[in-house]
Design a protein around this ligand. Structure first.
Ligand SMILES: [Zn+2]
Length: 286
């Protein structure tokens, strides 16, 4: 029964000015001068999760953890998992192994110092582990990470690793490290992204509900869903100088998204990524 499967719920904790689509128009050096909204947005999310009685994983930038220590502790005290989203949203394929390892270590230490808990989960910014980053899992293993949820097994203009498995796999045969791809669904002979983000806002809620039910009943696997704090923030500043497609993707349906998310939390069972995927049941050898 689909109602019995607990799905992975995740929040990629970054501020409204840190999204990959804006990197060409917002200079990293200006981040500290832009008004931060991530803490207020996360408090609203913590409230929404508490009302729905669900736990989740918060993949958080080291840059955010360094500036919002009390928020890190609140996330952990509320029973959620704190995990890493890298330091400042640089995509993994822009690193080499050594600079990726340095980014992982810096963000993990800040997250651990702020929260007092060990960090064992990682999500690459913009799902940027793909065929260009064969060294990435080795670096994660060496740093003691137990899982990654960094692959979108689809084709997309900003990201995607089409050949990757749809469900949890072990990328290194000699390591217990598990990769847990974000959810996809089969529709009309195509593999579609169905795990959240812009797709969840753009498409009617019925599509997401159908896709997650398919994964739970037909594939009999947990789904992996994600969203961002800025996706419930209709009042965020509007950025000039971006193309029409980016503007649409970023701002569409922000005002309706919180209600859609509440519905999603009600319609399925949800839990922390580590609790669902590190029990061993979901992972099969690659
Ligand atoms: Zn992100």
């Amino acid at each position: 029964m689909s109602e019995q499967i607990v799905n992975g719920l995740s929040v990629d904790v970054e501020d409204w000015f840190q999204v990959g689509a804006f990197e060409g128009v917002i200079d990293r050096a200006s981040w500290d001068s832009l008004g931060s909204r991530v803490e207020d947005n996360c408090l609203a999310i913590l409230d929404m999760f508490a009302r729905a009685d669900v736990k989740a994983t918060f993949f958080t930038l080291g840059w955010v953890a360094e500036r919002h220590g009390p928020l890190m502790r609140r996330i952990v005290e509320a029973g959620h998992e704190l995990a890493s989203h890298g330091w400042d949203h640089e995509r993994v394929f822009r690193f080499d192994k050594a600079s990726f390892a340095a980014d992982l270590e810096r963000s993990r230490k800040v997250l651990e110092d702020a929260s007092g808990v060990r960090i064992t989960g990682y999500r690459a910014p913009s799902f940027s582990i793909d065929q260009r980053t064969p060294w990435a899992y080795m670096a994660l293993h060496e740093q003691g990470f137990e899982y990654s949820s960094s692959v979108a097994p689809i084709v997309h203009d900003h990201y995607g690793w089409r050949e990757a498995p749809r469900f949890a796999f072990k990328p290194l045969p000699w390591s217990d490290l598990v990769e847990i791809p974000v959810t996809t669904a089969h529709f009309a002979g195509r593999r579609l992204a169905a795990g959240g983000g812009g797709f969840f806002r753009v498409l009617p809620y019925g599509f997401s509900r159908w896709a997650i039910r398919q994964v739970n009943t037909k594939d009999q696997r947990p789904a992996v869903f994600y969203f961002h704090p800025w996706e419930i923030d209709a009042g965020q500043p509007r950025i000039a100088g971006i193309d029409a497609k980016t503007r649409f993707r970023h701002y569409v349906n922000l005002d309706r998204n919180e209600n859609k998310l509440r519905q999603l939390l009600q319609d399925f069972r949800w839990g922390r990524m580590d609790h669902i995927f590190l029990a061993g049941a979901a992972a099969a050898p690659a």
